[in-house]
Design a protein around this ligand. Structure first.
Ligand code: PRX
Length: 641
C-alpha cells in the first residue's frame, strides 16, 4: 500500500461508497439516520430523528423506546448467535473464562435481579470501580437493563478521586472487587472503596466481586458479596426513552473538577455500533481485541456496547501487556487467533522498546486489521506497528475521538472504502461528522495551517450534557464558536483533505493516553498541608506522550527536606491514583506570576524545556524566572529531582 496517494488517485472507485454515504449523512441526516438506526431493535419507534430546537442540547430519535441490554443480549438468544462466544477473558496469570451470548444474558439477568432486590430503580445512580473482569460488562449491562445509570471509575484512580465522582454522580451503590493483580502485585480495590465511601455521602451499599482473593473488610448491612446476591431469574428489560441517560463517565478538563459526561441510550448506541462497523468492518467470525481499559470511554464503547450490539466475539484481558514478559500481547494474539487489534500509541511505543524479538516469537498471521486511539501516533510507532506487527498486510485504523463524542469521529473506514493511509493522520471524517479548522477569530484556516478543530453539525453520539451542569456543557464546548462543537485539539487539514490531529489545545495532558487536567493535579497538590502554590505541566515522553512535572512552593513553616518529595508523591498516589502522580516535583521559593496573581505555567514549562519563555513583561516577579532556571540547572546536573 502506498503511504501517500496522489490527488487524482485518491477519488478512486473503492472510496465511492464513502463519498456517497458521507455526502448523504450531511445533506439528508433524517434519511441517513433513519436507515442507520435500524441496526438497533426498538420497542417503540421514535417520532423525530433529530430535535435541535434547544441547541446545543441536541436530542436524537425523540420519544423512541428501547433497552441497551436487550440490544446487546436478548435479541440473540433465540437465534444462532445464542451459543456464540461473547467474551474470551484472560487474566494476567493466564486463567481463561469463556462466556457465550446466552451465558452473558443469564448472568446479566441474575445481577439485574440482585440490583432490583437492593432497591435500585430506573434513574438511580451507581458507581462501578472494577477491574477488567467479566463482572464489569455484566454490571454495566445489568444497570442498563433496569434503567440504572452507571458511572465507571477507572480502577487506577485513588480514594479521593473516586469519592469526588461518587458524590457528583450521587451514587447509592458502589460495585467493586476485592482486588486485582497488577504485574504480580495485588491492588486492594475494596480498601480504596472503603476510604472513598468514608469521604463521600449517600452510599448505602457496596457490592464486592471476589477476584484476587485478598483479605478485605466487610461491613455488616452495608457490604455484600456479588455471589451471595445474584438470583438466577429473568428480569424484563426496562423500556428506556431514547434520551434517558445510559451512563456518566468523568473526564478531565481545564478546572479542578472533572466533568461527568452523560451519554444517551439511543443516539450513543446508534453511533458506537455504526462507527465500529464503518471503521473496522468486523466480520461475524472475527475475534476482536480492544486492549483498552473498560473504565475509559474506549472500553465502554468498543469492549462492551458496540461489539455486543454487532454480535462479535471479543477478547478481554485483565493485566499488563508487558507482564510477565514483553511478549504478552503477541502471545494472546497467537493463542486466541485475534483478527483485529485495537490499542494505543503508548502501548505500541512501550512494546517497541523491547525490540522485534518478542513479536517474532509468535505467529501473528491471524491479524487482519490494526487500530489505535487516544493520542496522536508518531510515524515511527506507526511504521513499527504496520511492518513488524501487521507484516505490511494490515491497515492501521487511527481513530480520533473523545469521551464526549461517544465513538469515532475521524477514522479510516474499511467498510466504506479505505483511503490510502498516511502515518499519523486519522484520514477523513466518518459520516455525520462535519469538521472545520478555525483560528481564534473563527475563520477557517488554509490547508496545511494549524487551528482548532470543531464539528459543525450534531451527530448521534454527542453527549447529552455535563452531569448537573448544563452551563458547563455550553461554556466548554459551544461558546468559543457558537453552536460549533469545540473538540479542544489542534489539527491540520492537508491539501489532500487528510486530517492530522496534533494534541490538546488546552491545559489537558495525555499521559499514556489518559486524559489528565493539569489543574486537577495542582488542586490536589495545594490541598496538601505543606504546599502553597503549584504549577503542573507536561514534558514530552517518548513512551507515554506526556510526563507530569510539578513545581511547587511551600507554606510558611515547612522546609524542603529529603523525604518531603517522596511523601508528597506517596500521598498523591493514595488520593488520586498512580496515573496522576507527578514524575518530578520540584520545590522552589517562588513561581512566576502575572501581576494579577496568575501562575505562568507556560513560562515555567518553557524554561524547563529549554525553550524561550516568550513575553515575560507582564510578570509580577521576573526574578522567579531566574529561580526556575537555577532549579532546572540543578535538576539537569543531578539528573533528576
Ligand atoms: O486529544 C485527543 C486525543 O484524546 C483526546 C480525548 O481523550 P479521551 O476523552 O480520554 O478519549 C480517549 C479515547 C477516545 C482527544 O481530544 N486523541 C484521541 N484519539 C486520538 C487523539 N489524538 C490524536 N489522534 C487520535 N487518534
Amino acid at each position: 500500500m502506498s503511504e501517500t496517494l496522489p490527488m487524482d488517485e485518491k477519488y478512486n472507485a473503492h472510496m465511492s461508497k464513502y463519498f456517497r454515504e458521507y455526502e448523504e449523512s450531511l445533506k439528508d441526516p433524517e434519511k441517513f439516520w433513519n436507515e442507520k438506526t435500524k441496526i438497533l431493535d426498538w420497542f417503540k419507534p421514535y417520532e423525530k430523528v433529530l430535535d435541535d430546537s434547544k441547541k446545543p442540547f441536541f436530542r436524537w430519535f425523540t420519544n423512541g423506546k428501547l433497552n441497551v441490554s436487550y440490544n446487546c443480549l436478548d435479541r440473540y438468544i433465540n437465534n444462532e448467535k445464542r451459543n456464540k462466544v461473547a467474551f474470551i477473558w484472560v487474566s494476567e496469570k493466564g486463567q481463561e473464562k469463556i462466556v457465550t451470548y446466552y451465558g452473558l444474558y443469564k448472568r446479566v439477568n441474575a445481577f439485574a435481579k440482585a440490583l432490583l432486590n437492593m432497591g435500585l430503580k430506573k434513574g438511580d445512580k451507581v458507581t462501578l470501580y472494577m477491574p477488567m473482569i467479566l463482572e464489569s460488562p455484566i454490571a454495566m449491562l445489568a444497570c442498563a437493563r433496569i434503567g440504572v445509570v452507571f458511572t465507571f471509575v477507572f480502577s487506577g484512580f485513588g480514594a479521593e478521586a473516586l469519592a469526588q465522582r461518587i458524590n457528583d454522580s450521587k451514587s447509592k451503590i458502589v460495585i467493586t472487587a476485592d482486588g486485582v493483580y497488577r504485574k504480580g502485585n495485588i491492588v486492594e480495590l475494596k480498601k480504596i472503596v472503603d476510604d472513598a465511601v468514608d469521604l463521600s455521602e449517600g452510599v448505602d451499599s457496596i457490592i464486592v466481586v471476589k477476584n484476587a482473593g485478598n483479605r478485605i473488610n466487610m461491613e455488616a448491612d452495608r457490604d455484600y458479596y456479588y455471589d451471595d446476591i445474584i438470583e438466577d431469574t429473568y428480569v424484563k428489560p426496562e423500556e428506556m426513552d431514547s434520551n434517558d441517560p445510559l451512563f456518566i463517565l468523568y473526564t478531565s478538563g481545564t478546572t479542578g473538577k472533572p466533568k461527568g459526561i452523560v451519554h444517551s441510550s439511543a443516539g450513543y448506541s446508534t453511533w458506537v455500533s455504526n462507527t465500529l462497523k464503518w471503521a473496522f468492518n468486523p466480520q461475524d467470525s472475527d475475534r476482536f481485541w480492544c486492549a483498552a481499559d473498560i473504565g475509559w470511554i474506549t472500553g465502554h464503547s468498543y469492549i462492551v456496547f458496540a461489539p455486543l450490539m454487532l454480535g462479535l466475539t471479543s477478547i478481554m484481558y485483565e493485566g499488563a501487556i508487558d507482564y510477565p514478559k514483553p511478549d504478552r500481547m503477541w502471545q494472546i494474539i497467537e493463542r486466541y487467533g485475534v483478527n483485529i487489534l485495537y490499542t494505543s500509541p503508548t502501548a505500541i511505543r512501550l512494546l517497541m522498546k523491547f525490540g522485534e524479538k518478542y513479536p517474532e516469537l509468535h505467529d501473528l498471521s491471524s491479524l487482519k486489521t490494526l487500530g489505535t486511539v487516544g493520542e496522536p501516533i508518531n510515524p515511527a510507532a506507526w511504521q513499527w506497528f504496520y511492518h513488524i506487527i501487521g507484516k505490511d498486510r494490515c491497515p492501521i485504523i487511527d481513530t480520533y475521538w473523545q469521551t464526549e463524542t461517544g465513538g469515532f469521529t475521524i477514522s479510516p473506514s474499511l467498510d466504506l472504502g479505505l483511503p490510502a493511509l498516511k502515518p499519523g493522520s486519522a484520514t477523513f471524517p466518518l459520516p455525520g461528522i462535519d469538521p472545520e479548522i478555525l483560528d481564534d477569530e473563527g475563520n477557517e484556516v488554509k490547508p496545511g495551517e494549524k487551528g482548532y478543530i470543531v464539528l459543525k453539525k450534531p451527530w448521534p453520539g454527542l453527549m447529552l450534557t455535563v452531569n448537573n451542569d448544563d452551563k458547563r456543557y455550553v461554556d466548554v464546548y459551544f461558546s468559543k464558536y457558537k453552536n460549533k462543537y469545540l473538540m479542544g485539539d489542534y489539527a491540520i487539514r492537508d491539501p489532500e483533505g487528510y486530517y492530522w490531529l496534533l494534541g490538546r489545545a488546552d491545559e489537558v495532558l495525555k499521559i499514556a493516553g489518559h486524559r489528565i487536567g493539569t489543574i486537577e493535579i495542582e488542586d490536589a497538590l495545594v490541598s496538601m498541608k505543606e504546599i502553597a502554590e503549584a504549577a503542573v505541566f507536561g514534558k514530552p515522553d517518548t513512551v507515554k506522550g506526556d510526563a507530569i512535572i510539578a513545581f511547587v512552593t511551600l507554606k510558611h513553616g515547612f522546609e524542603k527536606n529529603a523525604g518531603l518529595i517522596d511523601s508528597l508523591k506517596h500521598r498523591m498516589r493514595d488520593n488520586l491514583g498512580p496515573i496522576m502522580v507527578p514524575e518530578e516535583i520540584h520545590i522552589v521559593d517562588s513561581l512566576p506570576k502575572t501581576r494579577s496573581g496568575k501562575i505562568m505555567r507556560r513560562v515555567i514549562k518553557a524554561v524547563y524545556l529549554d525553550h524561550l519563555p516568550g513575553d515575560i513583561s507582564t510578570l509580577e516577579n521576573e526574578a522567579s524566572v531566574d529561580e526556575i532556571k537555577k532549579a532546572v540547572e540543578v535538576i539537569k546536573r543531578s539528573g533528576g529531582d
